[in-house]
Design a protein around this ligand. Structure first.
Ligand code: PEP
Ligand code: MN
Length: 355
């Protein structure tokens, strides 16, 4: 059974009455208590409701004879591996993320034109990738930069899905656009800037469209990332995929835009049942770093990749410097094969998985 333990450590000299008071308080919230300790009393308790646990920890900490109250285990529950030891597979259109097959999402940063999107989509399909990405609503640092083509871009994505048989992932920036984006997309991307936009997380949690949750926000710790996933899961949407996309660099910005944190992959795998993919495009900001980091991501156990490509990166309206042209993307996919095989994954559905 799932439990949310707390440990209450009493100060030296706490009386039996004081001890009894704490046990009663725990019992009133449905917590069973286990008392131990000779010099100093330690009460271990297990209860069920995270909401109650927060209040309980603060309330008990206020008592003068309590030395410390320690909440054990995680502040997230539905996202945790303890809660769901069977790993989750998320189905996006006809594509599974989290199974034996490496899920590769690729496409332009922004949808710019039919020609640009279709040339990218053809390359995605021909290289054996299965999900097409493309931004329709773009979170740009400057309000004067290209903001995305909006619904026209969504229509083009839907047309590319029909033409090339790919699933579609695209970002939703605002709660007002969720219904519109979900009408076209197979997966809703929550961008790094919105990882801690809790109203947006709640609203995508109320849909039944799979969500790609990028790591970011003001405090992009792994715990906060999983708590953000918890917001979506707690609203009833169980289809969440996490995406590591790099953290701000330490200063050598000319060499890389972000620092890709590949340690996050095995760490998240040890904490959560949710699939985790890696975006080496935003994770590095440099086209020449994308393929090596993609191979490394697969080697550390990522369930998939998200990569930006463009038929002509020089002319891209956003993120050209980190976009692979089509030959470079084909080469990346070819070079991934031995890494996928070594990690026990197929590169595309139907290929052999080594024993
Ligand atoms: C993107 O995928 O184009 C994007 C804006 O990503 P991020 O939110 O990771 O910056
Ligand atoms: Mn981009």
């Amino acid at each position: 059974m799932w439990g949310l333990p707390v440990i209450v450590i009493l100060k030296h000299g706490a009386t039996e009455d004081e001890k009894g008071h704490i046990i009663e308080r725990l019992a009133s919230l449905g917590y069973g208590a286990n008392v131990s300790g000779v010099e100093q009393t330690v009460i271990g308790a297990i209860g069920m409701l995270d909401r109650d646990r927060g209040t309980l920890v603060e309330g008990l900490s206020a008592l003068p004879y309590v030395e410390r109250v320690v909440p054990v285990l995680k502040r997230y529950k539905l996202a945790s591996l303890e809660f769901n030891p069977q790993r989750t597979t998320v189905r996006v259109g006809g594509v599974d993320i989290g199974g034996d097959t490496l899920a590769v999402m690729a496409g332009p940063c922004s949808v710019e034109s039919r020609e640009q999107l279709f040339a990218s989509a053809r390359a995605v399909r021909d290289a054996g990738a299965t999900i097409l990405r493309g931004g329709a609503f773009k979170p740009r640092t400057s309000p004067y930069e290209f903001q995305g083509a909006g619904e026209e871009a969504l229509r083009l994505l839907a047309a590319a899905r029909d033409e090339f048989g790919l699933a579609i992932v695209t970002e939703v920036l605002d709660t007002h656009d969720i219904e519109l984006v979900a009408r076209y997309a197979d997966m809703l991307q929550i961008g790094a800037r919105n990882m801690q936009n809790y109203s947006l997380l709640r609203e995508v949690g109320r849909t039944r469209t799979p969500v790609l949750l990028k790591r970011g926000g003001m405090y992009p710790t792994i715990e906060n990332w999983l708590l953000s996933a918890e917001y979506i899961l707690a609203e009833g949407n169980s289809q969440v995929v996490l995406c590591e996309r790099g953290l701000p660099p330490y200063g050598d910005n000319a060499l890389r835009r972000n620092v890709l944190d590949l340690t996050a992959v095995p760490i998240v795998k040890s904490l959560s049942h949710l699939p985790v993919i890696v975006d080496p495009s935003h994770g590095t900001g440099k086209a020449e770093l994308v393929a090596p980091l993609a191979r490394a991501a697969v080697a550390v156990g990522a369930d998939g990749l998200m990569v930006e490509i463009h038929p002509n990166p020089e002319m891209a309206l956003s993120d050209g410097p980190q976009s692979l042209d089509i030959p470079a993307f084909e080469a990346m996919m070819r070079d991934l094969a031995p890494f996928a095989a070594a990690s026990g994954r197929r590169l595309s559905a139907g290929a052999e998985v080594p024993a």
